[in-house]
Design a binder for this molecule. Structure first.
Ligand code: HSE
Length: 440
């Protein structure tokens, strides 16, 4: 058998520990498939004495992860520290500069510096593999880069954050609060170190920017992603969605439109009978629309140690087998800048929840503002508790009451202009809730 691939692992959190365990457990299988053993020769993490449930016997410990990357006992570095800058970036650059291949799960790093790091890897003849950076255990990076190499992709969309899908699913099915669900997601190891990355939509945006580059041959441009998180979603929104035949999911969507490439992350109402609406809990799903293949959807575990370790193993196997491909599908020098489609030009249906001062003329005033922007309403639902009706039988009190509007397809510009006018008219007591609807 050929020389072993000597691996240095930087970061021994949930994923790092699962990876070291899996490399030990599956060592014979990997050696026979790759034609050479894959062995961990070095590790680095913050706390040497923490019990991680894995054996580190015979593995060199480095307090300095950059020194690990430079060690002559390490052929290939796995970066599992996270963070867009700082030590993670220094480790990856140190390894690539020496021509050592790198495997990373670090979507924040790739979102910000991915194009430059790929260029460095290519210049040094090293491989930079990042299957684990998007959708945990789902092999979407290789699917786009390799399996669909002969396709023209027009759209990539999906549920890319396990924590958000877990929270929305439990809020909907069990009527729990956002805070309880988030605490459970953290306990289970799904959430990022700073969970605002998850619930604010930024983690999804990082992943989407990587998929966009792979799908459209563009430089990674995370600044071009329009981002909204799930923190504003209320139990009432989930109930209303259910009554109207939808589920609310945090979707990332990258699409080639007539105005350019649209990249957007926001809570989205999807019809309940769509496959993506059935995806619950920490599970992720990614759909790709491409020619000639048509539409395909990959569903699987999007977070957690074992699922993410599975993707890292696949990247390591490629390195052990000496498989070289341009990490972003085309050489870095051939990536285009990509035309950003402005979000104001986005078109689709909208769910609008208004907290309306309940008095004569309010509904008519709101409808007028919508009509002025040529927005056609598909439905209007006003929810008023029986007790309030008894207290104000003539409906003149001006007490705030939820009103939900569903629009036919319109533009983001028109919706924003109509809602600005509604707010200026003084009909609503709180800022409006806006959720985009996907109808296909
Ligand atoms: N925090 C991420 C998630 C982990 O919840 O999906 C996987 O990237």
């Amino acid at each position: 058998m050929k020389n072993p691939l000597r691996i240095g692992v930087v970061g021994l959190g949930t994923v790092g520990a699962a990876l070291v365990g899996a490399l030990a457990t599956n060592a014979p299988l990997l050696a026979s498939r790759c034609g050479r053993p894959l062995i961990v020769t070095a590790v680095s993490a913050r706390d040497k004495n923490r019990n991680r449930g894995i054996s580190l016997e015979g593995i060199a410990w480095f307090d300095d992860p950059v020194a690990l990357a430079q060690s002559p006992e390490v052929d290939c570095v796995v970066e599992l520290m996270g963070g867009a800058d700082g030590v993670a970036k220094a480790v990856v650059e140190a390894a690539l500069s020496l021509g050592k291949s790198v495997v990373t799960a670090n979507k924040a790093l790739l979102a910000r510096h991915g194009t430059a790091l790929v260029a460095l890897a290519e210049a040094k003849g090293a491989q930079l593999n990042f299957e684990a950076s998007v959708a945990g255990g789902i092999p979407i990076v290789k699917t786009l880069r390799e399996s669909l190499a002969g396709n023209v992709v027009t759209r990539v969309s999906g549920i890319l954050n396990g924590t958000c899908n877990y929270i929305l699913s439990r809020m909907e099915l069990e009527g729990l609060t956002f805070a309880d669900c988030l605490a459970d997601a953290q306990r289970l190891g799904y959430a990022e170190a700073d969970p605002t990355f998850d619930v604010g939509g930024f983690d999804t945006a990082h992943k989407l920017s990587i998929l966009t580059s792979l799908a459209f041959g563009t430089e990674i441009d995370s600044d071009a992603v329009y981002v909204e998180g799930i923190a504003s979603i209320t139990p009432l929104d989930l109930t209303m969605a259910d009554e109207l035949g939808y589920r609310i999911k945090l979707l990332g969507v990258a699409e080639r439109t007539s105005t350019g490439i649209e990249q957007r992350v926001h809570p989205t109402m999807v019809p309940k009978n769509w496959a993506i609406a059935q995806v619950m809990g920490v599970t992720n799903a990614v759909s790709v629309l491409a020619e000639p293949v048509g539409e395909l959807t990959l569903v699987g575990p999007g977070a957690g140690g074992n699922a993410t370790a599975s993707s890292v193993l696949s990247d390591l196997a490629d390195i052990a087998r000496n498989i070289h491909v341009a990490p972003l599908g085309v050489p870095a020098s051939a990536l285009s800048h990509g035309d950003r489609a402005p979000m104001q030009r986005h078109e689709g249906g909208y769910y609008i929840r208004l907290t309306v001062r309940d008095r004569p003329g309010a509904a008519a005033g709101i409808a007028t503002r919508m009509a002025e922007q040529m927005i056609s309403l598909e439905s209007i639902v006003q929810k008023r508790a029986a007790a309030s009706r008894m207290a104000d039988p003539a409906g003149k009190s001006g007490a705030p009451v939820p009103v939900v509007l569903i629009t036919y397809a319109t533009s983001e510009n028109a919706i924003r202009a109509a809602l600005d006018a509604v707010m200026a008219d003084g009909h609503i007591a709180e800022p409006p809730q806006l959720i985009r609807i996907e109808r296909g």
